[in-house]
Ligand binder design. Structure first.
Ligand code: NCD
Length: 355
């Protein structure tokens, strides 16, 4: 019988404490991306500048960007459903001139179906790809992947990086990067802003990462409003992180108290798939529905964001039509920005130093 190493005996979530991802610290090359805590403001500024440049060039139809990652391969490993994260990463890599691989038919046709575990799967993929985008239902999965990839790199002599595409109810670092990029696109600075996040703040990984990223980016006189039913409040570890960063946090279940003052309104879906008990979901599902009449209470200069997909929390299809035509709704721009920010990130971790 083979003795398990300490790492193999740990739960996936324990890797968060066991594995410390390297800070970006001005150099993205060869670094895994598993948490927003790896980024400092100058790293975000470099990344966003690259994303702006790439956006400009792509919009201008400049095909010269297409060879930045020529010869590189990105693999996608999605153990949870995805449209935007998966496809924007794929499109990003293709638009950088790189190649994309995945198991034919998705992970359900990989050896995971035969019972292979994540460390073995990730090491197999690392033999074939330079970057792996991983979405997995367990918190800490990207840390676990990074831990095993570092060990494998010592054996193989070359490093593949893992980029988290969301780890369960934990973090979604690249979504936070594109969200902050979008906020800065419209607001120039975070100073003096009121940012209001609404909905399922407990299970929504996008808001966990975004609020921490905002705190790391830093701003003077910014305030964060967290609006949710009591049962779906922002996790205490995130609130603690914000408090320690000197960010003022206002937690409430009354949207009316804050919507009229908000500069950024970040709406979220209630994460039905995360509820163990369907009755708990039913009791909460109809809280906080964004409709044209709710948006009427917001400032003219406010922006309305949503990571998407949206369900009934953005009202009926008729409501969608009205919201989509409101100048304050920027969620489609946000969605498109995902590709540019992911292009910038991929290019940087794969060794492109000048964009
Ligand atoms: C989000 C996610 O998967 O966490 N979607 C996304 O990546 N754009 C939000 C959600 O599923 O509600």
């Amino acid at each position: 019988m083979i003795a398990l190493t300490q790492a193999e005996r740990m739960t996936t979530e324990q890797y968060i404490h066991h594995y410390t991802p390297t800070k970006i610290d001005g150099d993205f090359v060869g670094k895994h991306v598993v948490t927003v805590e790896q980024f400092a403001r100058p790293d975000m500024e470099v990344l966003f500048q690259a994303a702006y440049t790439l956006r400009k060039r792509i919009h201008a139809g400049d095909r010269s960007v297409l060879d930045l990652c020529a010869g590189k391969v990105m693999a996608t490993l999605f153990f949870e459903a995805s449209t935007r994260t998966d496809m924007s990463f794929q499109a990003a890599m293709l638009r950088l001139g790189g190649e994309v691989i995945a198991t034919s038919g998705g992970v359900q046709f990989s050896s995971v179906y035969k019972g292979e575990n994540l460390p073995d799967t990730i090491r197999a993929v690392a033999c074939y790809a330079d970057a792996i985008v991983l979405r997995h239902p367990e918190v800490g999965s990207s840390y676990q992947a990074a831990y095993y990839l570092d060990q494998l790199a010592e054996r193989l002599g070359h490093q593949s990086v893992v980029i988290s595409g969301g780890d369960g109810v934990g973090e979604h670092p690249t979504q936070a990067l594109l969200d902050l990029f979008t906020i800065l696109d419209y607001k120039d600075s975070l100073d003096h802003l009121q940012v209001t996040m609404v909905g399922d703040l407990r299970y929504g990984r996008t808001v966990h990462s975004l609020s921490k990223l905002i705190a790391i980016y830093g701003a003077t006189h910014i305030s964060l409003n967290f609006v949710s039913p009591d049962a779906l409040q922002m996790p205490t570890n995130v609130v603690k992180f914000l408090n320690e960063s000197g960010i003022q946090v206002n937690q409430t279940s009354e949207l009316n108290e804050v919507i009229g003052e908000s500069d950024v309104i970040y709406w979220t879906r209630i994460q039905q798939e995360r509820f163990a008990n369907p009755a708990d979901y039913d009791a909460i599902a109809d809280h906080f529905i964004m409709t044209p009449s709710v948006l009427a209470g917001a400032k003219d200069e406010a922006i309305l964001m949503h990571p998407l997909p949206r369900k009934h929390e953005m009202g009926t299809p008729a409501d969608h039509d009205v919201l989509d035509n409101d100048a304050r709704s920027v969620y489609f721009n946000q969605m498109e920005n995902g590709m540019f920010v992911r292009m910038a990130l991929l290019a940087k971790v794969l060794g492109v130093r000048e964009i």
